[in-house]
Ligand binder design. Structure first.
Ligand code: BJW
Ligand code: ZN
Length: 243
């Protein structure tokens, strides 16, 4: 492992275009449950069944309860050494793009700048009637929050299954993947598309690809480096003795 870390550090030192793709695993050490881990259940609901437009139209109160529970949880948490290491990495690299699937806002809180939140942000809400998007940092939005402009039902400004990602953001993510010399893929199970294909885009364009995860994923086979362990331990090590 130490040898691999040394080799990846060398590859990083040579790269001035770097992209990182993060998933729920990077926030796990902040105290946030992942989606598909053993704790991927909320009150006996598979969280994947709540993150759909169908669930919201059938039972918006239940879906809002789930998002209010997460708002409340996240408002008491903060970023961890993994998030912080990516901020420090960005500071030393000419072209650094952080692509995150996370909606928790912890990369922003840590200070990441060139950040693409491709699955949205849980602290933003969108009116289902007039489509107005607003930021609301309340830790509890109430059972069925309403739009201040038109009274329509609000929804979290996140991307649910079956919904399209924001075209502009996805485009920038694909461009960053194709243009980078090195991509770090951190704490994602790599099963959700189109995010999971970004590593393939990078690899196909000639980049070095490195995965940091507790366990192997369906993408491990294409990786030049697979570093198994906690991102909060491994990422800071990549920064040690960096000029
Ligand atoms: C650690 C750690 C530590 C733990 N350190 N590591 C092509 C083929 C097949 C299907 C599709 C396809 N294209 C589209 C689809 C459909 C669908 C999809 O991908 N389905 C698959 C599941 C089969 N995709 C979509 O619907 C997307 N839309 C789309 O493509 O539109 C066009 C279209 C639609 C329909 C058909 C075709 C095209 C939208 C996807 C939206 C995903 N939304 C969610 C919810 C967001 C809102 C919210 O959070 O509330 O996004 S689902 C959920 O999964 C969330 C996450 O961002 C996402 C990814 O999960 P992630 O981050 O990987 O978390 P986990 O829990 O899975 O993994 C954590 C990892 O961390 C694990 O590996 C651990 O080991 C590791 N870990 N602790 C390091 N300390
Ligand atoms: Zn409205």
């Amino acid at each position: 492992m130490e040898k691999e870390i040394r080799a990846l550090k060398q590859a990083l030192a040579k790269a001035n275009r770097v992209a990182a793709l993060t998933g729920a695993g990077i926030s796990a050490e902040s105290g946030l449950p992942t989606f598909r881990g053993a704790d991927g259940l909320w009150r006996n609901h598979d969280v994947m069944q709540l993150a759909t437009p169908e669930a919201f139209s059938m039972d918006p109160k239940l879906v809002w309860e789930f998002y209010n529970w997460r708002r409340n949880l996240i408002s008491g948490l903060t970023f961890n050494p993994g998030h912080k290491a990516l901020v420090d990495l960005e500071a030393g690299i000419d072209h650094f793009t952080l692509i995150t699937q996370n909606v928790d806002g912890l990369h922003l809180k840590a200070g990441s700048k060139n950040l693409l939140e491709i699955h949205g942000n849980l602290w933003k809400v969108k009116c289902t009637k007039c489509q107005t998007v607003t930021v609301d940092m309340s830790s509890d939005m109430g059972p069925l929050p309403k739009c201040k402009e038109c009274g329509g039902l609000l929804r979290p400004q996140v991307v649910w299954f079956g919904e399209s990602l924001d075209y502009g953001l996805l485009n920038r993510a694909v461009e960053a993947a194709r243009a980078c010399q090195l991509m770090l893929v951190i704490g994602t199970s790599a099963v959700v598309q189109p995010a999971a294909s970004l590593a393939f885009e990078a690899k196909a364009a000639g980049a070095v690809v490195a995965e940091i995860n507790l366990e192997k994923t369906p993408n491990s086979g294409i990786m030049d480096f697979v570093l198994l362990g906690k991102s909060g331990d491994i990422l800071p090590k990549l920064l040690e003795h960096r000029p």
